[in-house]
Ligand binder design. Structure first.
Ligand code: GDD
Ligand code: MN
Length: 351
């Protein structure tokens, strides 16, 4: 019975810990207020690799959501898909062609060097902004050095689990900063960071947020800046996508955790330590705990699982559980994947 008890303990810890974190962090509300001052020149960087089919929709969306603002739009492209053909009607868009595909991070850094705006915005080609960009940029002043969006979906049920993650990001932002940024919209004040300071990594978005936080600036997620992102529909593509993104985050946390723990900002340290735990040790507790339980008392364990699944009749609970459990498995796969080293140029999944 000892093994079973241990299994119960570890499994419970897996669930209780994040639930506790969620209930504390989601109560935090952003107290920072946006300003009404006119925005300076904004450089909008769109790195592209084989995005010809999407780019017109993307550009229309960017111009619509920045109406009235002073913007320069830069596409930095490393494909041979004839994207130029699609850009004819957008004479004011600057296109930088790269000879070879060297990964998003190199593209972003190069475009930063060739841009002029006081605010730099990086946005993925497959992301569509729902809200005007100024909703987020108006927070950029004083101690707030970087802002990012929240992820939205058009399905209400889908949003119930997205809101769960968004609430955490916004709550962390209210504490000080969130160490996880969304590449669908990342904006920062140019004078706070040079391209040379940004390491050659996969998780460019979260790295920028963490770098600025270590410099004493806040990197926050804005709930009124909602973005929809395309995701792979086929299960294997989806898994490959999740695993790659997860491995970038795993490496991001492991690379920075010691640096952050040695820094002096207590609030950021708490958030960073928690997220490092959730991306590394946490998922193993589910697997190890459940395995111990199944191994020592299979029948009782199946009974417990059956009772727990009764909660699944609640739609919201079901949605969160159905996002949480596969996420844990993807995170474990991500950790193995992360051992391969930093993947800068990744396979493009079908979306
Ligand atoms: N120029 C250039 N060169 N652009 C690239 C390259 C490249 O080698 N590779 C990818 N991109 C562009 C894509 O065309 C897209 O606009 C953007 O970079 C993000 O790439 P996706 O392939 O769509 O990535 P994702 O949305 O699945 O990835 C998410 O996680 C990444 C880290 O794993 C996003 O949040 C990314 O921003 C993040 O870097
Ligand atoms: Mn994307």
């Amino acid at each position: 019975m000892l093994l079973f008890d241990l299994g119960v303990l570890i499994t419970s810890l897996h669930f209780v810990q994040p639930i506790g974190y969620y209930s504390v962090i989601s109560k935090r509300k952003l107290s920072t207020t946006p300003t009404n001052r006119p925005l300076p020149l904004i450089s909008i960087i769109i790195p592209t690799y084989n995005e010809r089919a999407r780019i017109r929709k993307k550009l229309k969306n960017v111009f619509e959501k920045t109406k009235g603002e002073n913007v320069e739009v830069i596409i930095i492209d490393s494909s041979k898909d004839g994207i130029e053909e699609e850009l004819r009607e957008f004479s004011d868009v600057k296109l930088i062609k790269q000879q070879n595909r060297t990964g998003k991070i190199h593209a972003v850094k190069e475009a930063m060097r060739q841009s002029k705006g006081d605010i730099v915005v990086v946005t993925d080609a497959d992301a569509i902004w729902i809200d005007p960009l100024s909703n987020a940029l108006s927070y950029l002043n004083g101690k707030v050095g970087a802002v990012t969006c929240v992820k939205h979906s058009y399905g209400e049920l889908e949003n119930s689990y997205r809101d769960f993650y968004n609430d955490v990001r916004v709550g962390e932002s209210a504490m000080f900063s969130t160490p996880i940024f969304n590449g669908e919209m990342v904006a920062f004040n140019r004078n706070l960071i040079t391209p040379e300071e940004i390491p050659t990594v996969g998780a460019d978005d979260s790295t920028i947020a963490t770098l600025l936080s270590l410099k004493g600036y806040r990197a926050i997620s804005i709930p009124t800046m909602r973005v929809v992102e395309e995701s792979p529909k086929k299960i294997l593509e989806y898994l490959s996508w999740k695993t790659r993104r997860g491995s970038h985050l795993v490496r991001h946390f492991l690379r920075n955790v010691i640096k952050v723990m040695r820094s002096s900002n207590k609030d950021f340290k708490i958030v960073f330590a928690e997220e490092t735990y959730l991306h590394t040790v946490g998922p193993w507790f589910l697997i190890i705990g459940l395995s111990l339980m199944l191994f020592s008392a299979p029948v009782i364990t199946m009974g417990v699982i059956a009772i727990a699944s009764l909660f699944m009749v609640n739609k919201r609970f079901r949605k969160i559980a159905l996002a949480w459990i596969p996420n844990q498995i993807a995170l474990i796969l991500s950790q193995f994947f992360a051992m391969k080293g930093e993947v800068i140029v990744w396979r493009k999944e079908l979306k």
